[in-house]
Unconditional design. Structure first.
Ligand SMILES: O=C(O)CCC(=O)C(=O)O
Ligand SMILES: [Fe+2]
Length: 243
């Protein structure tokens, strides 16, 4: 799929229609990878606009108050809006083989079943039963501190953020940033400009990197650099639930 591919039909089909081999290769090499376009600007605006429908959310987080950075985000209730639910469900089966492959390389258990539904039941049974899907809003001066979205023992190791505003047009600054703590070496930083309507798949916790003895584990964190002007809104999808 290219930048000019028509965006029509169910959003889940658009997730499935991309070049997953290329995306997986990129994820293996860098711990993050951009998708092809998934949403039109109108669909992005519609999702971003849900932020004001307060009944859809279980709580609002003021990032400055928690020293998470600056800006606000809202956790959806389990009753997810159609496109948000469809996107999440469509990503899971494509991310699952990567999660399992990485767990194998790192000699860890791979507890994730074939369906998101079964995995969420496992999360809920373990006490992680609150929705962790979020809509974020950043204005001028806002930023997101480097962090990892791990809420308990139940962790799906990959997540997705979808850009809802156009960089350079709707906002400046606000790059998605990642750090990678390399084994016995200094930390490496990287940044991604998230195009409107595209997703960025990235590791929640760490990734396997080749080492002399096979594979070692490179812890990674993510955040957002300061928004210099305008407004940046994103949709965050994680595949485990929260406590
Ligand atoms: O706004 C962003 O680009 C990243 C938000 C975030 O931390 C997440 O989706 O987990
Ligand atoms: Fe995050």
């Amino acid at each position: 799929m290219t930048d000019t591919a028509p965006l029509s039909g169910p959003v889940g089909d658009r997730v499935a229609a991309g070049d997953w081999d290329a995306l997986t290769g990129e994820l293996d090499a860098h711990g993050s990878a951009l998708t092809w376009p998934l949403l039109t600007p109108a669909e992005c605006a519609e999702i971003a606009g849900l932020y004001d429908e307060t009944d859809r959310f279980r709580t609002t987080v003021d990032m400055a108050r928690h020293r998470f950075g600056s800006g606000r985000y809202r956790y959806f209730t389990h009753d997810l809006p159609g496109p948000v639910r469809e996107l999440r469900e469509a990503f899971y089966p494509h991310l699952l083989p990567v999660a399992r492959d990485w767990a194998g390389k790192l000699g860890r258990p791979a507890p994730w079943p074939d369906t998101l539904r079964e995995w969420l039941t496992m999360c809920h049974d373990a006490g992680q039963d609150r929705s962790a899907q979020i809509l974020l809003r950043y204005g001028p001066g806002d930023w997101n501190a480097l962090h990892r979205d791990v809420f308990g023992d139940m962790v799906f190791p990959l997540q997705v953020v979808i850009g809802l505003d156009a960089p350079g047009t709707d906002f400046t600054g606000g790059e998605f940033i990642m750090t990678e703590q390399r084994p016995r070496a200094q930390t490496r930083g990287s940044s991604v400009t998230l195009p409107q309507g595209h997703g960025l798949v990235f590791t929640t916790r760490d990734r396997p990197v080749p080492s002399k003895r096979g594979w070692s584990n490179s812890p990674m964190r993510h955040g957002v650099s300061t928004v210099r002007s305008g407004h940046r809104r994103t949709l965050g999808l994680v595949f485990h639930d929260a406590c």
